[in-house]
Design a protein around this ligand. Structure first.
Ligand code: ATP
Length: 404
């Protein structure tokens, strides 16, 4: 087993860190990558205004999730939990204790690599782990790395040093980002979910009114509230809802907002969902109290309203996007149908639904509602009464699904 250990202050983690992590997993064929935010870096004090350890760990978790390597990349709090300075030798010894047979690799960018022989207990570091070094700015000469590799191999016989190329170096530092962020700049160097966390928690002097966010900021916040693997679906729903809004004459910006936020509480378990319902006074029926999948629509609407100040039509569209209901507004229909047939969806009948959505929105809605009812019956699960009422309402309106 090969394990990479990538330490840093990650204050905040940026696209340079991500590019390096991704390249190292590929080049070294790592089975595991630990992203280790340090508590007290030995070589540089944490600057004033550094977010608390819980925020730095959460951002490192977002960075791990952003790599989309489940089971491989993970954030580790071993240094944050350890008192005193965060010496790499201690961290490696700890990982070695946990994985006695693993091959360890310490990942370092140029600045760290060039000073490695001056760290505390370098001989221990080099005996415990190979060193994987990579550049962090354009134009860093190969000779820079080879001279240091020769030095380390000379000083510490048996040392393993690998220099890996970074396809697409991202020339940025956290220091620079801490200057840019309070001026409202630097977003392009951050993964959206990391930027979203910064906005949501007002880190690094970023003070934004969450109720007045433009679409890119709203996206970042929403993505910071979910696992990375869900983001493609949310992007698909936003784009599909925007297309449907243009086709059927609804407000495109509202459709986008509803799409962006519709699953923002989907990551929550039953208990926190119920707590949010209590907090925002959402009345639940017997079925809803048990079905976590039904709750996220309701709690998502509450968050869209209370935290992000979205207009009532947007909140209502989110509220009804799972069950549908009778008397649906145009925006409610659009979100429901977009969620059903966005480009990442793949089920029998999705193509027909896509055609219907642009030919006759009500027919597409009825097809979606009928599919849900049928699916629930096949799985012997109860169908929510709002869904049944939605179907009856559409049939009463004379809506019938045209044969292909
Ligand atoms: P600061 O500016 O606060 O010193 P930083 O941007 O250097 O922060 P750290 O968290 O200190 O980031 O770095 C962790 C590790 O990532 C180090 O090994 C560093 O060399 C490497 N690294 C930092 N920025 C980049 C980058 N843009 N590309 C590749 N590696 C990087």
């Amino acid at each position: 087993m090969k394990i990479g250990i990538y330490g840093g202050t990650f204050n905040p983690p940026h696209l340079g860190h991500l590019a390096a992590a991704r390249a190292a997993v590929g080049a070294l064929e790592l089975d595991k990558l630990l992203l280790v935010p340090d508590a007290i870096p030995p070589h540089k004090p944490l600057p004033e205004g550094t977010p608390g350890p819980e925020h730095r760990l959460a951002m490192a978790e977002k960075m791990a999730d952003a790599l989309l390597m489940p089971g491989t990349a993970e954030a580790s709090d071993i240094e944050l939990r350890r008192a005193g300075k965060s010496f790499t030798a201690d961290t490696l010894a700890r990982v070695r204790g946990q994985y006695p047979d693993a091959q360890l690799w310490l990942l370092v960018g140029t600045d760290m690599f060039l000073t490695l022989h001056q760290w505390s207990r370098p001989e221990e570091i080099l005996s415990l782990a190979g060193i994987c070094a990579f550049g962090r700015a354009e134009g860093e000469d190969e000779s820079l790395f080879s001279a240091q590799r020769d030095r380390l191999e000379g000083l510490y016989p048996g040392a393993r040093v690998r220099v890996i190329p970074l396809p697409g170096v991202v020339d940025i530092s956290s220091t620079r980002l801490r200057e840019l962020l309070p001026r409202g700049e630097g977003r392009e160097y951050l993964h959206p979910s990391v930027y979203g966390s910064i906005l949501m928690h007002g880190l690094y002097g970023v003070r934004r009114n969450l109720k007045e966010l433009e679409l890119p900021e709203l996206r970042a916040c929403a993505y910071s509230m979910m696992r990375e693997k869900r983001v493609a679906h949310v992007q698909g729903v936003e784009e599909e809802a925007a297309r449907l809004a243009r086709r059927w004459g609804a407000d495109e910006s509202m459709a986008r907002r509803a799409g962006i936020l519709h699953d923002c509480t989907k990551y929550l378990e039953l208990e926190p969902q119920l707590a949010l319902c209590r907090q925002y006074g959402v009345e639940l029926d017997e079925l809803e109290r048990r079905a976590v999948k039904l709750l996220h629509a309701k709690t998502g609407a509450c968050i869209a309203r209370a935290v992000f100040g979205q207009p009532e039509q947007v909140c209502q569209a989110i509220f009804w996007h799972t069950t549908a209901r009778e008397d649906m507004s145009l925006l409610e229909k659009i979100l429901y149908v977009a969620d059903y047939m966005e480009p990442n969806r793949n089920f029998d009948g999705v193509e027909r639904l896509r055609r219907l959505a642009y030919a006759d929105l009500d027919q597409a809605l009825l097809a979606g509602v009928e599919t849900t009812i049928q699916e629930m019956r096949e799985r012997e699960l109860p169908v929510h009464q709002s869904t049944l009422r939605a179907r009856d309402w559409l049939l009463e309106q004379g809506v019938r699904i045209a044969e292909d």
